[in-house]
Design a protein around this ligand. Structure first.
Ligand SMILES: *Cc1c(COP(=O)(O)O)cnc(C)c1O
Length: 367
């Protein structure tokens, strides 16, 4: 047995920043919060995030599927769990037995849950999802009023919520305003807050950019993790995840020397190259190659050279003689936000965060 070797790449996760961002969501929206923790809490480790936010009294956890619901419940967290996506038929008995809350998109699903609940002698709380523009799930908006009587007739389910989803809250204000109006009119036509205990539409961008009425519940994901989809609110949020690595080698290369696969970068001068222990095998996108990406070491940004490899990247530190083997590297974090990295990789912060692989050790702290 050798001595334990420290990880090459790790993610420091600040749980007090997570709690701060939750309070921002509550303050701005004046609504109860369904904390969206799908995809391992956007890469921040599902169980730890769920335990932390449960102590801050969120109304629901929003998860993608039954596997994630199980992990939260099995961690001893008793906060209600809401399934954001469609369920398979053979998952439904467990959903009924464990009292998780599905969102329904069809009469067939409603009837199936009704029968299972009646057989189990319970009344299952469910929400109706309505499609007001996302095109991914839910009852088609114009159909729902006609289907309501048949849904109401099902004694095994209690329809306690009405929800919809915004496709363009961070991209198209005109469409989003119209969508809010459409959803509000539909919710009112169906009885509004007298009929539904919970009415919800907004993700992070929706709750930051638009007043929530008649909603009383919001479903933030990304903003809880410290990134605002609307730049104007970024200052209110605190960074939660810092992806870090270390300098593993420093070498002097002569002018005219290729760096990394494909030799897409050739040194133009004698160059001091730092090799860093992170790569696309950790979720650092290979698409950053040749896009002007940078990392943060000892108070400065330094450019990425050549292609990202599976386990290592190379950085130009020619002008910074103080940088040494073992130095800590911020790949993204408070000095270099993940949305900047995402933009350079041609993608979005959500994808980078959820793409950090299991090899990256998650280290949680509160301070
Ligand atoms: C993922 C998701 C959210 C959270 O979205 P963010 O943009 O991360 O805030 C909210 N609602 C639904 C239905 C989702 O699928």
């Amino acid at each position: 047995m050798g001595a334990p070797s420290p990880p090459r790449a790790w993610a420091e996760i600040d749980l007090s920043a997570l709690r701060h961002n939750l309070e921002v969501a509550r303050e701005i929206s004046s609504c109860a919060v369904m904390a969206v923790v799908k995809a391992g809490a956007y890469g921040h480790e599902l169980e730890t995030v769920a335990r932390t936010l449960a102590q801050a009294d969120v109304a629901f956890f929003g998860v993608a599927n039954v596997g994630e619901a199980r992990r939260i419940a099995d961690a001893g967290v008793t906060t209600r769990i809401y399934l954001l996506g469609a369920t398979w038929a053979d998952e439904r008995a467990e959903i009924v037995a464990r009292g998780w809350t599905p969102c329904l998109s069809s009469l067939d699903e409603a009837r199936d849950f009704d029968q299972l609940a009646q057989a189990a002698n319970v009344r299952l709380k469910v929400h109706l999802a309505v499609d007001t523009g996302m095109g991914r799930g839910g009852f088609v908006a114009d159909d729902l009023p006609h289907q309501m009587p048949q849904l109401e007739a099902l004694d095994g389910i209690e329809i306690e919520g009405l929800g919809s989803h915004l496709p363009s809250a961070d991209e198209d204000e005109t469409f989003t305003r119209e969508q809010f109006t459409r959803f509000t009119n539909l919710a009112q036509a169906l009885g509004g807050r007298d009929r539904f205990k919970w009415i919800h539409l907004s993700n992070s961008a929706g709750l930051l950019g638009y007043p929530s009425s008649p909603c009383n519940l919001v479903r933030p994901g990304l903003m809880l993790y410290g990134i605002s989809p609307l730049p104007k609110f970024q200052d209110k949020l605190k960074n939660v995840m810092s992806l870090k690595s270390r300098v593993t080698l420093i070498r002097e290369l002569p002018a005219g020397h290729g760096v990394s696969y494909g030799r897409t970068f050739i040194t133009q001068r004698p160059t001091r190259v730092a090799t860093i222990g992170i790569g696309y095998g950790d979720g650092y996108p290979r698409h950053l190659s040749g896009q002007g990406a940078e990392v943060w070491i000892k108070g400065h940004r330094h450019p990425l050279l050549g292609r990202v490899t599976m386990d290592q990247i190379m950085i130009d530190v020619t002008d910074h003689a103080d940088i040494e083997v073992g130095d800590e590297v911020e790949v993204f974090g408070p000095h270099l936000r993940v949305d900047e990295v995402a933009a350079k990789a041609g993608t979005i912060a959500w994808e980078i965060l959820t793409g950090i692989t299991p090899r990256v050790v998650r280290v949680h702290h509160t301070e």
